[in-house]
Design a protein around this ligand. Sequence first.
Ligand code: COA
Length: 139
Amino acid sequence: MKNTIEYIYSIEGITPDQLKGFFVGWPNPPSPEVHLELLKKSDVVVLAVDKKTKKVVGFITAITDHVLAAYIPLLEVLPDYQKQQIGKRLTQEMLTLLKEFYMVDLLCDADLQSFYEQLGMRKATGMFIRNYDKQSGTK
Ligand SMILES: CC(C)(COP(=O)(O)OP(=O)(O)OC[C@H]1O[C@@H](n2cnc3c(N)ncnc32)[C@H](O)[C@@H]1OP(=O)(O)O)[C@@H](O)C(=O)NCCC(=O)NCCS
């Protein structure tokens, strides 16, 4: 399945229909339309697209001040496509795109730290707020 996946850096031509199935386990997930909007408004995106079905099967986003700092808020691979190195490739591509920045940060659960460590990232302590009533988007 691996060589049926292509990696793209733009959402040009992507429709909400191609973005179904993400945000697994989120009680109040963004709709595919809101997903497309957040991709559009992110500074950097990498999408994994199944060339056969044209569906997006994985994505990673980054936001940045374009001077020092970049933050990676979201990375997800659809369940049927996991464990095929797609998440690793998406993260590698993103880290390459962000390599000129002084700081590249993300938050993750402890069990994912080894996933990011193999990609050259280091453990840190973080802080966060989650407004769960806004989980599907601000509108
Ligand atoms: C985390 C996630 C993106 C990984 O994507 P994936 O395509 O299944 O991962 P890959 O196949 O690229 O894994 C690459 C390597 O990381 C390892 N890995 C994958 N998931 C891991 C995990 N949860 N914990 C530790 N290692 C993991 C794999 O074993 C693999 O190792 P290998 O190269 O030695 O074979 C995917 O499981 C996912 O979408 N999870 C739900 C959303 C999520 O948790 N996103 C991250 C938010 S911080």
